[in-house]
Design a protein around this ligand. Structure first.
Ligand code: FES
Length: 236
């Protein structure tokens, strides 16, 4: 029997507010970042972000905005890199966001390289989900107990869909109760479908929907088959 759970997380004991006022947003599943240098790019509330697995195994959320003249540094939606090279003038950043090279750096004598690192956003991983904030400088303090259902699951598939609608319009196309910046979990019996929706575009004129299909550890082959069949039906 299908069960629906709508998890609007609470931050410091208060109900999280919607939209773009400094709330937490789930931006990736950690299994999307299997190796050091694995990354995904997302736009959250007008901010291009780069979610990167670090060499020590942790995950960082960086601003995907070059510190030279503000170009978008990484253009691919996902992949793996040793360094991130801005396509405009080839400033290179490490996986931790630090400057590695500035071509023609004679012109940048005296520039403090530490000051030109990609900016870090607060982030945390809870129950396999990577969270960050919609506002730079905001701390994350989340009560995520409601997400325990995600423990001991394996990520089977991921999809990210750009929607040409505002959040309010996009929500009308989603299952009842899908929360903005929260997680909507559907337990089908054989697998979990986890959806989240956040504002994108410079002024929130578009939105992005992420879907993760998860299978419980040790699930029988029939459950995997059911999850695969569901995935095919969702992506047909
Ligand atoms: S804008 Fe990135 S190197 Fe110039």
């Amino acid at each position: 029997m299908r069960q629906e759970t709508n998890c609007v997380l609470r931050k410091s004991g208060r109900a999280m507010q919607e939209h773009t006022d400094g709330t937490a947003v789930p931006v990736a599943h950690e299994a999307e970042l299997p190796q050091p240098g694995s990354f995904v790019t997302v736009d959250v509330a007008g901010a291009p972000l780069l979610v990167v697995r670090q060499d020590d195994g942790s995950i960082a959320v960086l601003s995907n905005v070059c510190r030279h003249r503000g170009a978008r540094v990484e253009l691919q939606p996902s992949g793996r890199r040793k360094m991130f090279s801005c396509p405009y003038h080839r400033w290179c950043y490490g996986r931790d966001g630090g400057i590695r090279s500035m071509p023609f750096d004679d012109g940048f004598i005296g520039v403090d390289r530490v000051d030109r690192s990609l900016l870090h956003r607060a982030s945390t991983v809870r129950h396999g989900i990577v969270w960050t904030t919609t506002e730079p400088g905001t701390e994350l303090d989340l009560d995520t107990d409601a997400l325990a259902a995600l423990d001991s699951t394996t990520l089977l598939h991921t999809s990210r869909t750009q929607l040409d609608h505002t959040l309010d319009d996009a929500r009308a196309t989603l299952p009842d109760g899908t929360s903005v910046n929260g997680l909507h979990i559907t337990d089908s019996g054989s697998h979990l479908e986890v959806r989240t929706l956040w504002a994108s575009g410079l002024r929130g004129e578009t939105s992005e929907l992420a879907l993760w299909i998860l299978v419980p550890a040790g699930a029988p082959a029939t459950d995997h088959d059911a999850a695969e069949a569901r995935w095919r039906s969702l992506t047909a």
